[in-house]
Design a binder for this molecule. Structure first.
Ligand code: GLN
Length: 271
């Protein structure tokens, strides 16, 4: 039997949950799917949509990062309106990749510095409490070998006040090589459970880490019986960008990184 040649990506709250280039994750998946012979259609699951039928029609999901006030504004919609269908989809193996605020919203709750208790979906057994100091900067993570990523060294950028505490038994996405990660202390970064990955890495994540984009595509295709070319792609441009990012991060000098970029980027302080 020949499988289908299209997949559908559901992007949760792209308007509100889109910090530090997270929209690039959508573009990377669409492009990489095309290179692998698959048309990736995109459905927006925002505050004005995302009914159960639309969620059930998706092969997998992405959610990006956002500010506390936006997390607060959409949490009720996420938990009550989208939660049941999303939970059903991921429990049957649909990939869900969540970045930063999106990651926090998969847990039990996020308590902000202002004292708001933002409820989460409870898909991942973790909770997040705001810390006094934001964890900001470039980050390198050695991904859990169990994921079988072609290149397990993940590169990205983090900016969060939340400290995420995993319940015993929940595996992190990987070990922090440089940066803060889940809590700035434990050496753990992100979480992985079945077809769900949560991480603090923006940057955007997937163009910088094509192996993780392939994880999403292979998981979605495998579950739906979609025919997808799994052969090696020419990632020389991505590898060149990664080498630069890794060098900047390992040098530990922000100033050097900023010089290489030719200007000092403005870091928006998100609350
Ligand atoms: N608002 C959250 C925090 O500060 C998440 C920020 C983000 O998505 N970068 O912890």
């Amino acid at each position: 039997m020949t499988g289908s040649t299209s997949l559908r990506l559901g992007v949760l709250y792209p308007r509100e949950m889109n910090l530090y280039g997270d929209r690039g994750n959508v573009l990377a998946l669409v492009r990489r799917a095309a290179l692998r012979g698959v048309e990736l259609e995109v459905t927006t699951l925002g505050l004005d949509g995302g009914d159960p039928g639309e969620i059930q029609a998706c092969s997998g999901f992405l959610i990006g990062g956002g500010q506390d006030m936006d997390q607060l504004a959409l949490a009720h919609d996420l938990v009550t309106r989208k939660g049941p269908a999303l939970r059903e989809q991921v429990s049957s193996g649909a990939p869900l990749l969540a970045v930063c605020a999106g990651y926090q919203l998969l847990g039990e709750h996020y308590r902000t510095a202002a004292g708001d208790l933002i409820p989460g979906l409870g898909i991942l057994p973790l909770r997040t409490e705001a810390g006094r100091r934001r964890l900001v900067g470039n980050i390198l993570v050695a991904a859990n070998p169990g994921l079988g990523l072609a290149n397990p060294l993940l590169v990205g950028f983090e900016n969060h006040s939340g400290r995420t505490i995993l319940e015993p038994g929940l595996h992190p996405l990987g070990k922090v090589v440089r940066g803060g990660g889940n809590d700035g202390d434990s050496g753990a970064e992100g979480a992985v459970l079945g077809s769900v990955i949560g991480t603090y890495l923006h940057g955007p994540l997937l163009p910088k880490n094509p192996a993780l984009a392939d994880w999403w595509l292979f998981t979605a295709a495998g579950r739906t019986g979609t025919t997808l070319d799994r052969s090696h792609l020419d990632d020389s441009a991505e590898e060149a960008a990664r080498r630069e990012a890794i060098q900047i991060t390992l040098s530990g000098s922000r100033a050097r990184g900023y010089r290489l970029l030719g200007r000092r980027p403005r870091i928006r302080r998100t609350g």
